[in-house]
Design a protein around this ligand. Sequence first.
Ligand SMILES: N[C@@H](CCC(=O)N[C@@H](CS)C(=O)NCC(=O)O)C(=O)O
Length: 231
Amino acid sequence: MPPNKKAKTSAATGPVIKLTYFDLPGPAEPARLALTLGGIAFEDKRVSFEEMKKMRENGELTSPGSAGTQLPRLEVDGKLLHQSLAQGQYCAKLAGMQPTDPWQAAKVDEAIQFIMQDIRGRTIEPTMSAPAEEKAAKRKELAEVKLPPKLEILDKILETSESGYLVGDELTLADLHLYVLCNWIGQEVLDGVPKTVITDHEHITAHCKKLNAIEAIKAWNAAKNPKLPWC
Ligand SMILES: N[C@@H](CCC(=O)N[C@@H](CS)C(=O)NCC(=O)O)C(=O)O
């Protein structure tokens, strides 16, 4: 259950949900966490790259009504939903985590777009495809120049938040996106980017610890992410 809301569906009455992704947090993790916090039963299917290729050959990664060809693949009562952002938003709504106030909901979307597009897409991803001989320099620039001002923006939002969450009084999908990002960086998965990039930001670090302490997240991490918590 979210720490602060009652789930809108239960395992007994809700849809049959299967979320398929690799055995990694990646873009599937916000949706997985939302369902977990909502107490919503789902099949957490993890596949290898080879199995994913088989799924593609078998036509399981496409559907005439669904815009996508990749993982994560969310199946709800036999219907497909592609795109991790849409999947997370759907799961957050099922979990009762989406603010009903339009302004608050837009602020959630604002934070998510900043994390997904500006930080992950435009700042981190170009360093993944950098030629080997440029990679170390790109990662140094990422850690020392490019990431800190963006994280500072989120740190400032949290500094002024009375709840310690990014938007309003309750945990939202935006917090889950930030949590997954910080766990990725904090575990030093990105070569050349030290965890101090996160811990230098007091309020982001406190946010990460706050989510670590939520019972459902604690149990999820113990079962699925044995290297967490890192802070
Ligand atoms: N826009 C998609 C991107 C999904 C995506 O990039 N999936 C990657 C893994 S993170 C994938 O399935 N790669 C294997 C492939 O395309 O063959 C989303 O957010 O769901």
